[in-house]
Design a protein around this ligand. Structure first.
Ligand SMILES: Cc1cc2nc3c(=O)[nH]c(=O)nc-3n(C[C@H](O)[C@H](O)[C@H](O)COP(=O)(O)OP(=O)(O)OC[C@H]3O[C@@H](n4cnc5c(N)ncnc54)[C@H](O)[C@@H]3O)c2cc1C
Length: 418
């Protein structure tokens, strides 16, 4: 390599992860270009549930989760859908997903998730301080609500995992739940209230504000669809956009669910699945919510935002290119009404987004094996809004060759190869 500390970096992808990488790289003095095919940043980062969850350490794959799968799949309003024609392509990822959910692997997975998620709220607050946009990220509780009084059970495995890691939560029962969030139906009989959480009231605008901040701090934004990453003769990379190539010594791949396709061009395989989710915004909700709420029965989140009350969630496996099935978004109408009886569900907006999901819910962060100075920052699944600021910090430190006080082994791209 011609330069021991190359200063030119290209970030592929301007979702929340790419933007946080750009900000952290500028802080270290790198010359940063961000390439995205879509100027408006309408990827997963646009329409998520807005939960900034520093305490998230429970993966999607838990021991025994497979027992729920038939029930979920048979329910047309259930939280999981698979397009049957896609099943053969999904199978290898699914196998890794179920293998990740064992009692032996859980503690290391939970620790790795926590290390990425823990600083999130503080980092967002710090980024927004003094910008006039501080209100975009607000402190709140994260209420996991149950329809039976015994539902909020600290002895359940996910809550034991959290408790062992010092997550601050409290059991609420009976009217205590409605004291905290008055619009919740009396049918809600118990809740786990996770404290010291945050939420954004507009994920799309948060991404835009941070992108403008990165630009003001010297990052350059280019529009183009990256078709190939080609190793250059001098040790850097050519980023081929079809309309021309850009070269850089260091490349950060933060293209969300599309990242695996770009790595495949280099002969690198990574188990990344497009886990599609939907949202429904109730544009004239007629009520405010102060907290992020997770309906544990129907597995969706709901929260007040600038554009209304947004319900978001569900998992649909149909590949990257299948058209959306907005019936999956409309499911939220009935479920949200059972949660919030006073919700006005008349006028709605629907949206589909693609989570970049790894089998063990741990993102891929680090150098791509065999490709010096090509770093990955993708695979955050359900928690990319949360994990983005710390991912940026990790990627920038790796690019700068600075020591990180974190064991990076759990984030390795090749961890599923053995
Ligand atoms: C319904 C739903 C609810 C969610 N709720 C939450 C939540 O409450 N909290 C939370 O923390 N997370 C949540 N998530 C997850 C979170 O939204 C994602 O993990 C996160 O947005 C991923 O960010 P990203 O930057 O990696 O990807 P994206 O936001 O998808 O960005 C990837 C970018 O790469 C660009 N790109 C892709 N391919 C190319 C190419 N070839 N050339 C150029 N550009 C390219 C795309 O245009 C896009 O802008 C939710 C997700 C969904 C779907």
């Amino acid at each position: 390599m011609s330069d021991a500390k190359p200063r030119e970096v290209i970030v592929i992808g301007a979702g929340i992860v790419g933007i946080c990488c750009a900000l952290a790289l500028r802080e270290k003095g790198f010359d940063v270009r961000v390439i995205d095919r879509d100027g408006a940043g309408e990827g997963a980062s646009f329409g998520n549930a807005g939960i900034i969850s520093p305490w998230s350490c429970v993966p999607q794959s838990l021991p025994g989760v497979w027992k729920n799968v038939p029930k979920w799949l048979l329910d047309p309003e259930g939280p999981l859908a698979v397009r049957w024609s896609y099943t053969p392509r999904l199978a290898p990822w699914l196998l890794k997903f179920f293998r990740a959910g064992t009692f032996q692997r859980l503690p290391a997975i939970a620790d790795a998730m926590l290390a990425v998620n823990r600083p999130s709220a503080d980092m967002y607050h710090r980024l927004l301080a003094g910008t006039g946009e501080e209100g975009l990220v607000r402190d709140c509780l994260y209420l996991h609500v149950y329809r039976d009084i015994g539902g909020a059970d600290p002895e359940d495995l996910p809550w034991r995992l959290r408790a062992e890691r010092g997550v601050p939560f409290e059991v609420l029962t009976g009217g205590e739940v409605q004291e905290v969030e008055p619009e919740l139906s009396p049918e809600i009989k118990s809740a786990m209230a996770v404290k010291r959480q945050a939420r954004t009231v507009n994920p799309g605008r948060l991404r835009k504000v941070l992108a403008a901040m990165a630009e003001a701090r010297g990052a350059r934004f280019l529009r183009g669809t990256v078709e190939k990453i080609v190793p250059d003769t001098d040790g850097g990379y050519l980023i081929d956009t079809g309309q021309g190539a850009h070269s850089a010594k260091t490349v950060i791949l933060a293209a969300g669910a599309w990242s695996a396709r770009l790595l495949a061009g280099l002969g690198v395989r990574v188990p990344l699945e497009a886990e599609r989710g939907y949202h429904l915004v109730f544009k004239d909700p007629g009520l405010p919510l102060a907290h992020s709420i997770m309906d544990t029965e129907h597995k969706f989140a709901i929260s007040s935002m600038e554009m209304g009350v947004r319900a978001a969630g569900t998992a649909e496996f149909a590949g990257l290119d299948a058209p959306p099935n907005y019936r999956r978004a409309r499911i939220f109408k009935r479920h949200a009404k059972t949660l919030l009886p006073n919700l006005n569900t008349g006028s709605t907006d629907e949206w589909m987004g693609t989570r970049p999901s790894s089998p063990d819910s741990v993102p891929f962060i680090g150098e791509v094996p065999g490709h010096p100075r090509l770093f990955c920052g993708f695979g955050h699944g359900h928690l990319g809004l949360t994990g983005a600021p710390m991912t940026g910090r990790m990627v920038a430190a790796l690019a700068a060759g600075e020591p990180l006080n974190i064991d990076m082994a759990p984030y390795r791209l090749d961890r599923f190869n053995s």
